[in-house]
Design a protein around this ligand. Structure first.
Ligand code: SF4
Length: 99
C-alpha cells in the first residue's frame, strides 16, 4: 500500500509569527551555511540558490552527508541510497586530486 508523505511546510522556528516560506528558507540556508567549512560554502550556496549543476548539488549533499570527509564518500556503503551511483569521488584518485 502506498502512503503519501505528509505535507511539509517551511517555518521559521525562532518566531511565533509565520513568515513567508521563502524568507524562512533564506534564514535556514544562512544558518546552515554558517556551520559549513569555508572550503565548501561556495558549493553549498550554489546548490541552495539553484545555480549549481545537478552533479554539483549531489556533491554538496554527499559532502554534507559524510561531514565533509571526502574519503567517506568514496567508501560509502549505503548502496540503497538513491544518490549512490551518482556520488562524487567514487574513484579514490578523483578524491586525491581534489576534484
Ligand atoms: S551516496 Fe552515500 S555519501 Fe552520498 S548521500 Fe548517499 S549515503 Fe550519503
Amino acid at each position: 500500500m502506498f502512503h503519501a508523505w505528509p505535507e511539509v511546510r517551511l517555518v521559521d522556528t525562532d518566531t511565533a509569527e509565520g513568515r513567508p516560506a521563502q524568507d524562512a528558507r533564506s534564514v535556514a540556508v544562512a544558518r546552515r551555511l554558517e556551520r559549513i567549512s569555508p572550503a565548501y560554502r561556495a558549493g553549498y550556496s550554489r546548490a541552495a540558490d539553484g545555480s549549481a549543476s545537478p552533479r554539483a548539488a549531489i556533491k554538496s549533499f554527499c559532502l554534507e552527508c559524510v561531514c565533509y570527509i571526502r574519503k567517506e564518500i568514496t567508501a560509502c556503503t549505503a548502496v540503497a541510497c538513491p544518490l549512490w551511483l551518482y556520488r562524487p569521488y567514487q574513484d579514490a584518485a578523483e578524491d586525491e586530486a581534489g576534484e
